[in-house]
Design a protein around this ligand. Structure first.
Ligand code: BTN
Length: 231
């Protein structure tokens, strides 16, 4: 069961560093504040102490499974959980940013370590506008700036873990294609001009295999992983 065992510390460098690979799959580490929070592609992930949901979960998919697909699984589960919390649609910016009103409210980071995956998720929950990082590439929002309500982070974590476990087990049993409808209906990049890795052009959407299709001047390119910059 996801969330067992559970480690919670008031402060740490990064929850990505708290999970021993020997722990069982589903073990979760959470904190109220990270002093060295990590984002994707070597970026930092800053938080306001006590305001964000910050956790990592240990996953042990079979070695022949594409760990990159896990980013999409995590993004989908986070988007669905955010939607339930605020009763509004959320967009999934491939592979795993969650946006509401074109503002980023959550992100995920899947790191492969000693044959296991440490999946970290950060959700902006109770920050005020002034407490959000001002210099992010995508403007940030919190659930509170979106609807004015403060929330129990524990309740959001419980819902997200159930949603993530369900999506993860579907992915394990049936592959990323089994989640495609849920992913594609939230595809925030589709129809936008973007540069993804070396490919620039209009994004044609997330394919059933999880890759992003980009219509470039030289034809359609399918990208499996990489940095996205919208134009
Ligand atoms: C991103 O959007 O760049 C990914 C952000 C991931 C942040 C979470 S917060 C919990 C976990 N610990 C970290 O240091 N990073 C992830």
């Amino acid at each position: 069961m996801f969330g067992q065992p559970r480690i919670h510390v008031p402060e740490c460098e990064s929850t990505q560093l708290l999970l021993d690979p020997a722990l069982p799959e589903g073990a979760v580490a959470s904190t109220d504040h990270q002093t060295g929070g990590r984002g994707r592609l070597g970026r930092s992930w800053d938080d306001e102490p006590g305001a964000a949901l910050l956790f990592s979960i240990l996953l042990k998919p079979p070695v022949d499974r594409q760990a990159a697909e896990l980013s999409l699984v995590a993004g989908l589960a986070t988007a669905e959980s955010v939607e339930r919390a605020i009763a509004r649609p959320a967009g999934l910016k491939w592979p795993n940013d969650v946006l509401v009103d074109d503002r980023k409210v959550a992100g995920g980071l899947a790191e492969l370590r000693d044959g296991v995956v440490v999946l970290g998720i950060g959700v902006n929950v109770n920050q005020t506008a002034e407490q959000l990082p001002p210099d992010t590439r995508t403007a940030a929002a919190s659930l509170r700036t979106l609807d004015g309500q403060t929330r129990e982070r524990e309740a959001l974590l419980a819902d997200l873990l159930v949603t993530l476990e369900d999506a993860y087990r579907t992915w394990l049993a049936h592959g990323i294609g089994a989640l495609h409808d849920r992913i594609a209906s939230r595809d925030w990049l589709r129809g936008r001009e973007a540069t993804v890795g070396d490919a620039s052009g209009e994004v044609r959407g997330i394919r059933p295999d999880g890759r992003l299709a980009v219509a470039t001047a030289d034809g359609t390119v399918l990208v499996g992983s990489g940095e996205v910059a919208t134009l």
